[in-house]
Design a protein around this ligand. Sequence first.
Ligand SMILES: [Zn+2]
Length: 690
Amino acid sequence: MRFAQKFLIANLLLAALIAGVEKAPAQGAVADPLRAWKGGNDPAQLETWVNQRLAAEKAALDKLLAASGPRTVANTLRPFDDAENELAIAGNNAGMLFSVGDTAPLRDKAQAMVAVVSTAQTELSLNQKVYQALAAIPPPAHDPATKHYLERTLLEYRLSGVDKDDATRAQIRALQDKITALVLTFNRDVSDGVLKFTATKDELEGLPADFLAKHPPAADGTYTLTTEQPEVEPVLAFAKSADLRKQMYLTYNRRAYPANVQVLKDLLAARQQLATTLGYPHFADLATADQMIGTAANMSALLDQVDAASRDAANREFAELLKFAQEQQPGLTALSEADRNYWSEQYRRARFSFDAQSVRPYFPYEQVQAGILKTAARLFHLEFKPVLDAQVWDKAVSTFDVFDAAQPGKRPLIGRIYLDMHPRDGKDKWFSSSPVVPGIKGRQIPEGMLTCNFAGGVAGDPGLLQFDDVVTFFHEFGHLMHHILGSQGEWSGAGGFNVEGDFVESPSQMLEEMFHDPAILASFGKHYQTGETIPASLIAKMNRASAFGRGSWLQRQLVYSSFSLQVHDQDPSALDFDALWKADRTRYSPYAPLDDNRFYASFTHLTGYASNYYTYVLDKVIALDFFAQFDKKNLLDGPTAMRYRRTVLEPGGGKPAADLVKDFLGRPQGFEAIKNWMNEEFQTEPTASK
Ligand SMILES: [Zn+2]
């Protein structure tokens, strides 16, 4: 106790020292060891800064290796975590400046620095001496979070093959290089693979005017269409011609075929070899060894359970859609997979008369941001205070300090968040949440950021958001809260983002469900001109429209999940992609499969997620079970939110995700909630005008 207090005081002094450094005026050199952007837009400064972090990493590793006497948490895990911390800070800062840096030379340098940090990370993950030192630490039984962090670190080391002999490690490295090259080729074939075909004027019936305006006829009266994304979706959703939809569907799914068939075969063979070299029977077992699901057999069982939970709902939705299509088009006998988007769109329009544009006036950007901060503050017992004089990388960024409002009589600072929310030249086009500074108890307060591209942010534009944008905002904000609340522990490498990869989306997906609640939406959804609160009837209509198709959506996820697993859990040399792909669609999808569908040749999740597409399904199951524990009449203010914060978010990566789930639910995740979700509101007749 006394030691802890002393330690705390020393750390407070250190924190004050760091804070002092932060406030010192910039004198050419980059003074802030946590925030690279304070060095300005000079690429050379960034490089110097990253090299300082790498030097600090090396110093920590030297200290680790030089320690004498028995290996302990203090003399080995602590300097290891210090080294990881420097790499994380360097990687996070380089990554964020690559995404949001203000000049092209800065972004280019940042990209190069991301690669440098990544190389250092790989070197550390293959460092045998460091591994042996960590493995010699007696497991700290009295400290479960530290024990878990150590065990996970050792597992990751073993999965990278660090404990193998020199020849085997050389072979692993060669296989990994080969896999990286094949992944790049596969993805490049997909992004470069644009195909063209022609359509007649009649076939374009039903397509929106702006689409037609961009497609003038050629001299012979035909129209050229391509498989670029902005053309595919409108054709599949709006073209009345079933032939045109089919042609687009098949052409789109053929854009990397046959080139990628061999690439995929080689990739799967290399992965299989890597798995057996590391002692696993196949790649799916290797890829799940450090995940919540644990094994390929567990994954397979999960897919069966989700199938059992969703099959009836999917069949019922399909029957309703087919009936509707037959009413519209007498004589129609079946729907193929190329018809799915078109008839779903027609059905939604006819059945729910919900127009996504109609809610936008209630969601101007500034109001949404204030509403999301307020909602999160109430839910998680936090306070967000704007920091008006923070030195940031662009004047459009807003900064908030996060205070813990759950402790009576105290309101400690627990984090800082940066919101970079609107597009600008050179900034990346995605929506993401990322850690900037990891947290270390008593020493380093976590910081994180959102990088988004929402409307608004310029004078005169209210930035009216689509409802999907509002949900995306809250989803990404949820990751940020997981980072802040989950990074208050002892270890930089065990923060909120360090939970197993197949759990990390669950908390944010849970939050998405909150935004169907009329009371929450009404608390900030006000018409940007009249101030009128968003009508409850409009919310109900929107919710009903979004609830239709959930069963079919899950079944489609099972098609992808199952295929991803099956190409990774057996000898790849014997695989027949066409037969397998058709069998999975026949098993899970009521839509008639088309023979020439070569989707697998452009299924880029096979490169990024390999066997682990199931994570979407697992996280949905968990998210809905979490959400089901909240009192629907009092989502924000009941005791459940605080219990959720304590049991799921605050432990960060300091516990296995399966324990986080059990601690909150009192049991492992189940399937009741996802079943109820699929049946939600769907059977309710839309209320007439109210
Ligand atoms: Zn997410």
